[in-house]
Design a protein around this ligand. Structure first.
Ligand code: IMP
Length: 197
């Protein structure tokens, strides 16, 4: 199945690395919605009678966080971390830097770090350490995607949407050079889009 979200005119804008209509769908919107709802039920069950603080990682996790939050049937608040991204997002540089801290206190809270994708594991390990210094009551990770083939530092999600092969994916919040975040499906970006050939 090919991505069909945008009109032909829009998908041919010169700033888009590959026209949206040429991207192959890896996980369709219906499948994402089903899985995110299930994850919401798992979290609701695990934290029955308690509140959770969902801490999203900007900007990729925003759409997942919004969907996940709406599937929770417990009290939930939000906050966000900003981290520096790779200079070239398709190659890991090994460096993670905090560009935005949370606005609220994490102390004594049930913190769930919400991430779009676990790739090398560097970002989540870094943020886990940051959160732990604030002494939360509990700490868990919810990740929409996991690409275990590229892991450098071990990390596991407590709530995981999908394990995917070693492909660069875009859509549902995930970008390539800030493009494609608004696609409703998760699509594969062909290597020629970022390898120059
Ligand atoms: P990690 O630190 O290598 O685990 O990288 C996590 C971050 O890299 C994610 O939050 C994404 O922003 C970005 N990333 C990793 N793989 C992909 C991908 O396939 N598509 C889009 N962004 C990705």
């Amino acid at each position: 199945m090919m991505c069909t979200h945008m009109s032909t005119t829009m998908s041919q804008l010169p700033s888009v690395p590959v026209p949206v209509s040429h991207l192959k769908v890896l996980i369709a919107r219906e499948e994402i919605a089903r899985r995110v709802a299930e994850m919401g039920r798992e979290i609701t069950r695990d934290y029955q009678g308690q509140s959770v603080l969902l801490v999203g990682v900007l900007k990729g996790a925003t759409i997942f966080l919004a969907e996940l939050a709406r599937s929770l049937q417990i009290d939930a608040t939000f906050d966000f971390f900003g981290v520096s991204s790779y200079a070239d997002r398709t190659h890991q540089s090994g460096e993670v830097r905090l560009t935005k801290d949370v606005d609220t206190s994490l102390e004594g809270k049930n913190v769930i770090l919400v991430e779009d994708i676990l790739d090398t594991g560097l970002t989540m390990n870094y943020l886990k350490n940051v959160v732990m210094t604030h002494k939360p009551r509990s700490f868990k990770i919810a990740a929409l995607l996991d690409k275990p083939a590229r892991r450098i530092q071990p990390i596991d999600a407590d709530y995981l949407g999908f394990t995917i092969p070693n492909e660069f994916v875009v859509g549902y919040g995930l970008d390539y050079a800030e493009h494609y975040r608004n696609l409703p499906d998760i699509c594969i970006l062909p290597p020629e889009a970022y390898s120059g050939g």
